[in-house]
Design a protein around this ligand. Structure first.
Ligand SMILES: CC(C)(COP(=O)(O)OP(=O)(O)OC[C@H]1O[C@@H](n2cnc3c(N)ncnc32)[C@H](O)[C@@H]1OP(=O)(O)O)[C@@H](O)C(=O)NCCC(=O)NCCS
Length: 158
């Protein structure tokens, strides 16, 4: 990963983001329409994208993180980094930038769901200060796996 640029997701990104989801969440990818809705019509949704400026058009997005900002809480929808850009710290960078945006929006806590089997993601979230606070039974439709519910309180002093 030589260089990357960070920008918010905007209408028009939905097709590339849906292709990333096919790579990152083959079991339950979001559709183009789900991303289109969030990017165009959902005032609560915010996406942060990392782009490889040297990649060809249509393949520039390296990864993204999304959040719904509702009633002072940031509900993370997904964190996804394309396989060829993984294990270089990009997931960590995206989460940290997302947290900065949440703080600017006066969000006081962030939450997400994660599969208990997803060790890499759980470690990433724990490194970023998230703690497991609960479990949703049979949350994932494809295999009936539970979800861990993780939270991070955003202390304005830190
Ligand atoms: C989870 C995910 C977003 C992590 O993205 P990433 O960019 O690889 O994340 P990071 O590089 O910040 O950290 C991942 C690992 O790489 C390691 N790493 C980071 N920089 C590194 C470097 N320069 N050299 C070697 N390893 C490095 C980290 O220590 C971490 O290791 P660990 O898993 O053993 O703790 C990515 O694996 C992914 O998209 N997975 C599929 C989708 C998914 O499961 N998303 C979460 C849903 S809740």
């Amino acid at each position: 990963m030589d260089k990357f640029e960070i920008r918010p997701g905007t209408p028009g990104d939905q097709e590339e983001m849906a292709r990333i989801d096919l790579e990152c969440f083959p079991e339950e990818p979001w559709s183009v329409e789900m991303f289109r809705h969030d990017l165009e019509d959902n005032p609560f949704a915010l996406y942060i994208l990392a782009e490889d400026p040297e990649a060809p058009e249509g393949e520039k997005i390296m990864g993204y993180v999304g959040v719904y900002l509702i009633a002072g809480e940031g509900h993370i929808t997904n964190v996804a980094v394309r396989p060829k850009y993984r294990r270089e710290g990009l997931g960590n960078v995206l989460l940290r930038i997302l947290e900065q945006h949440c703080r600017l929006a006066e969000i006081t806590s962030m939450t997400l769901e994660v599969r208990p089997s997803n060790d890499t993601a759980i470690r990433l979230y724990e490194r970023n200060g998230f703690k497991t606070e609960g479990r949703r039974k049979k949350y994932y439709e494809n295999n009936g796996e539970d979800a861990l519910i993780m939270w991070k309180v955003l202390d304005p002093q830190k």
